[in-house]
Structures are given as C-alpha cells and as structure tokens.
Design a protein around this ligand. Sequence first.
Ligand code: CS2
Length: 455
Amino acid sequence: MSRLSSLRLPRGVARPGYDRGGKSVGIVHFGLGAFTRAHQAWYTDRAMDLHGGDWMITGVSMRSPEVGEQLNPQDGLYTLAERSGDGTHLRLIGSVAQVLLAGADRAAIVDHLAAPGTHIVSFTVTEKGYCRSPDGRLDHALAARGFYPLLAAGMERRRQAGLPGLTLMSCDNLADNGHQLRGLLREDLAARDPALLDWFEAYCTTPSSMVDRIVPATTAQDRSQIETMTGLRDDGAVVTEPFSQWVIEDAFAGPRPAWDQVGAQIVSDVAPYESAKLRMLNGAHSALAYLGLEHGHAFVHEAIADPALRPLIHRLMVDEAAPTIQTGSGQDLHAYAEALLRRFANPALNHRLIQIAMDGSQKIPQRWLATLAANQQAGRTSPAILTALGAWLRHVRGDVRPVDDPLAGELAVVWAAQGEEGVLQAVLGKGGLLPSDWCPDVTYAHLPRLGEALA
Ligand code: CS2
C-alpha cells in the first residue's frame, strides 16, 4: 500500500471515489510535470469519478527520472493543493497509473501507445520539446532524441495490428498547437515511412487546446505544509491556484473522458481563447519576469504589486495585446485582463519569476512578437512590450545571472558580435536568430526603459 492510501487521509481532503485497481489506461501523456498533474490529470480524475471510463494516465518522462521516482512508489497517487489568500484545499488525485522513463522503458512505452485501450496521447513537453528550428520546421537531429521515435514506433504497431488511430493533443503554450504538432509529425513521418504518414493522415487527429492554470514548481516548504495538513509525506504533491481553464478543439479520433462535464470547454475553434491566453496572460507573465527580476523582485505577486510595473502590465494586456485578438462570442478581454491581474496578485502561490524567465527564445514569439507584428501592421505602437523586450535582451546578455535557454550560447555570441547597435536587428530582424514578422524599426538603445514607456 502506498503511503498515500486514501483510507488514512484526514477528513477534508477530497479523494476519488472510483476503484483505481479496476481501471485501465486510456491516455499516454508525454511530460507529466507539475502542470499536467494540476491540470489534465485533475480533470481526468474528476471525469472518471463522476462519469466513469477507463482513462488512467501513463506518464512518460523524456529525460529526468525524478517524477517517476516521486510517483511510482506512491502508486501514482499525489495531493493537489489549491492555494489562495482564502486558504488551502487539498484533493488526492487518482488518475495517474504510473510514470515511465523514455530512455529506460522504451518497450513498455511503445506497448502502451499500441494498446487497444489507448485512445489519446497528450503532450506537455514545453515549447522546446517539439524540437523546432527557429523557422518552425522540425529539427530532425533534435527530434531523434525527443518523443517522435517512440510515437512513430507506437503508431506503426497500431497500423500493423489494424487498431484505431489516436487523438494526439498538444497542451503546450504554442500558437495553434494542434496544427503545429500535425505539421511536425508530418515532417517526421515523411522522413520515416510514407505508409505510416498515410495512416496518420487517415486515422489520427491533432486537436488544438488552450490550457491554463498557474502551477509554480513545488518546493520543500510546500511539501512540509502538505505533510502538516495530512500527516503524510507526499513527494509528488503539486500546488496551484483555484482557477483553471481548458478549451479543446472538438476533433477527437475516438472516445475521450467526460472532460466537458467537469469544466473543460469543447469548442469548434480554440483560436480566440488561445491568442488571448498567450498574448495577454503569458505575454504579461514574461514581461513581469524580465522586468520584475531586473527590479529586484523574486515572485509574480511582488512584481505585479510594484507601482512602476503594474500599469505597464495593464497596458500590455489591454492596449497592446487585446486589440490584436479576434474575440469569440461572449469573450470580454477587459474582464479577462482584470481577472488576470487578480490571479497574478495571489499572495499564496509564490510563483517564481525565474521559472517564467527560462526558455524565453521559445516563448516570446507567440507571447510578444505576434502582437508586435499585428500592431506594427495596424500602425499602433507597443511601448510596454518594447520595454519588456529590452529587459529580455539584457537578461540573455547573461551578465547578472545564468541564462537558462536553449539558444543561450547563440544569444551570447550575437551580443558579443553586435553590441547595443546591432543586437536587436540580429536577434529579431529578417534573417535574425528568431525570424519574426515584426521588423524592429529601432535599435536596442532606443527601446523604452521602465517609467518612460507610459510617459
Ligand atoms: C508561464 C506559464 O512559465 C511560464 O512561462 O507563463 O507556465 C503559465 O503559468 C501558464 O501558462 C498558466 O496557464
């Protein structure tokens, strides 16, 4: 029995009512980090609780054995703590069956992908996990070390066995994530086997999805707090906010859990929700990260309380990002911005700015550059994003703290070669390191500084 046996949990901790032992796996998920444990696994847990189905999740970690080491000895069980100024609510999550490690458990992973009961393969592998080159196409050398070979082997087994296709669902913060995943898989499969590509095209779908829940990395202090509340040691615990949103394109290849019965929205077009989330929430987050760190803050709630930063973040969301978004029916971007400001201010989350700052080269295209390009084309200015862009460039210069970014080396080389005169054009201009539709029409030295932007 795991140390988290639900029988021993104190009252007040919600727990699944279904018989876990009687359920089988329906989902293989690549990248079972804290985010998915607080999001998709939580939706799936409640969906099975209320509406049944065999939707246990097999997680696959690509590199680090840590998540498996935390969850497998606990039978996949873990505690989800929802935290706000009003207190902490705990729920035991039962939807994770096990965690496998790509390097060590290849055969078992392929077996799960090829199992008749598996209908959905989902991904939170982070932006860089898709192995794209800066032009957005598949980098085949990188992809050979990613999820692609495993997925192709699983699909080939399904094809040969005459099994149904799969719903392949990206849950990462990429623009049009389903479409991007489809394009990358096409490139991968075309290079492997045209017959497998045909099978994929005929039988597999790649719905887009917008995922949203703020999930800071769990700390030792979080684990101690949860242990004090439950009396149990939980190495897999995750901490999040009360808010959660999941909008999924209605494009499933086969059955799915009753996610729509537990709060997910299944819609025909995800794009308006996705652009709002990426350009407003994530765009504001990245600006808070680089400007906040520069101004001595460690956490999101501290940065958003800074009177120099808050109006700039408001401006970024409402005056710069919102006008570039084609809203769907009933979408109110002003109300959305206000709700985001309240979520950022949650004093109980301790969401570290440095966590958001990592991998900026993979994040800013969909968070800032799309907005900058649309505003440039419409003749509107974007001073708040340009201020944040300056802070990002200083961040990746790396003279204050180490840079955690797959392009850190390239960015350092550009800084050294170009200096302040040429860096902006060399990073973002046509043919730059991160080619963008936005053409920088100023140099780095002319980017506004905090305080000037709103003057
Ligand atoms: C954050 C996101 O780390 C980051 O880059 O902006 O993880 C953010 O917290 C989530 O997308 C919220 O849904």
